[in-house]
Design a protein around this ligand. Structure first.
Ligand SMILES: [Mg+2]
Length: 415
């Protein structure tokens, strides 16, 4: 296992994201204690996020409204505006991307990047550039905290140590000692149950925990997760166990007059192209395609292996193969009410296990270029201007729904 001798990763976490976005967008809220609530005009709800001014007066995220008002009587309750947060997220990512490529978006307010040689030498300079860029091009009311370390998990812990607007650098020579004073609560992967289990065997602090052997941690956790945590906390570079992203998929109910098998195929093909487009944009390749069809009395589901692809041609070929199975197993007169397609077993470009036979396949490379050119044109004109095959969306629109940053469809949604 590799143990980096320098920092390699940046982790960035926006400070009080929802509240600071509201304050940036609405000057009247700046400098005031505000609490974001799900809906307007009800006391029977919770403050889902609060501003630093509210935090300074004893409020915290996920707190009942009456309790929050008791702690801070002049708290301003602000109903959430998810679309504003989504747009702020996109804007912030675009600005950060001008300074450093984003490796993975972990949530609406957290992301991580890999450092190049010059950034490794001068992390303070990089952090200043990011802070300045956001201040100048988005606004001074949205701030972030940044952590640097040998691996992502350590960088994440580091980034929470100096909030708000701080920069924390944990070079490998500081690890693991720098973790000794931290409470277990600061360590992702040590929940309440695990804390109880650790206390039971006399481990009350990080110093004692890190004195255990990796095998011992595995035994306590009763899984390899414990062993992995030991290596991560001791500054080793561990490969992610699986892709960060679960899947890309779309499904929909078919209009009553478009439920024959050939008509359903055309809609499935468009759903598939939409999902493939999102998958390419996120930089993933798929090794598995799932198809699900719901009929009045029964349903049909199947999946096939793909060879780590994301171009439209290969994806459509995959769909044709699963569709042939559908045609072979349901009566020709079947009416399909719902159809769903999902790309699973995703790998990022860098983690793709390249198939020697396919990687050099000039056909594949040609179709990847074609797909990227199509994406470029469609992005330029904000629509499906160019597609592989006809594009006649079914009545009712909403082919595939909206992109969500908080909810990623799961396999079960389609089975
Ligand atoms: Mg945050």
């Amino acid at each position: 296992m590799r143990k980096p001798t320098t920092i390699e990763t940046l982790y960035l976490d926006f400070d009080g994201f929802f509240a600071s976005v509201e304050q940036q967008a609405r000057p009247a809220l700046r400098g005031k204690p505000i609490g974001i609530v799900p809906f307007e005009g009800t006391q029977h709800t919770v403050v889902i996020a609060c501003s630093k001014e509210a935090k300074a007066r004893g409020c915290h995220n996920v707190m009942k409204v009456p309790d929050a008002l008791k702690a801070c009587p002049d708290l301003i309750l602000v109903p959430q505006t998810p679309d504003l947060y989504r747009r702020a997220h996109n804007t912030l990512l675009a600005e950060i991307n001008t300074i450093i490529p984003i490796d993975a978006v972990k949530s609406i307010d957290e992301l991580t990047c890999r450092l190049d040689t010059s950034q490794i030498k001068n992390p303070h300079d990089l952090a200043d550039k990011i802070h300045n860029r956001i201040e100048r091009y988005v606004g001074p009311h949205i701030t972030c905290s940044i952590g640097f370390a040998a691996n992502r998990q350590l960088a994440k812990i580091a980034c929470k140590q100096d909030k708000p607007n701080g920069t924390t650098i944990w070079t490998p020579d500081l690890v693991p000692e720098v973790l000794f004073p931290l409470p277990f609560d600061d360590i992702p992967g040590i929940g309440e149950n695990m804390q109880r289990r650790l206390n039971k065997i006399g481990v009350y602090d990080m110093q004692r925990l890190l004195a255990l052997s990796p095998k011992h941690m595995r035994k306590i956790w009763n899984s390899v997760t414990g062993e992995r945590l030991w290596y991560v906390l001791n500054g080793y570079a561990l490969q992610a166990q699986k892709s960060e992203r679960g899947m890309f998929g779309h499904g929909r109910v078919l209009p009553p007059d478009q439920r024959s098998i050939p008509e359903a195929f055309q809609i499935a093909r468009m759903l598939l192209i939409k999902a493939a487009r999102r998958m390419r944009k996120a930089g993933y390749y798929s090794h598995k395609l799932h198809l699900w069809c719901g009929m009045r009395e029964s349903s049909f589901g199947t999946s096939i292996a793909l060879s780590g692809v994301h171009d439209d041609k290969a994806c459509i070929d995959g769909l044709k193969a699963v569709w042939a199975r559908l045609e072979a197993s349901v009566p020709r007169s079947s009416r399909i009410i719902r159809v769903g397609v999902t790309f699973g077993d995703l790998k990022l470009a860098g983690q793709r296990q390249t198939d020697i036979l396919l990687n050099d396949d000039p056909e594949r490379q040609k179709w990847e270029q074609v797909s990227h050119a199509i994406d470029h044109l469609n992005a330029k004109y904000s629509g499906s201007i160019v597609t592989l095959g006809p594009w006649t969306p079914p009545k009712g629109g909403h082919l595939g729904g909206k992109i969500s940053f908080t909810r990623i469809p799961r396999a079960e949604d389609f089975w």
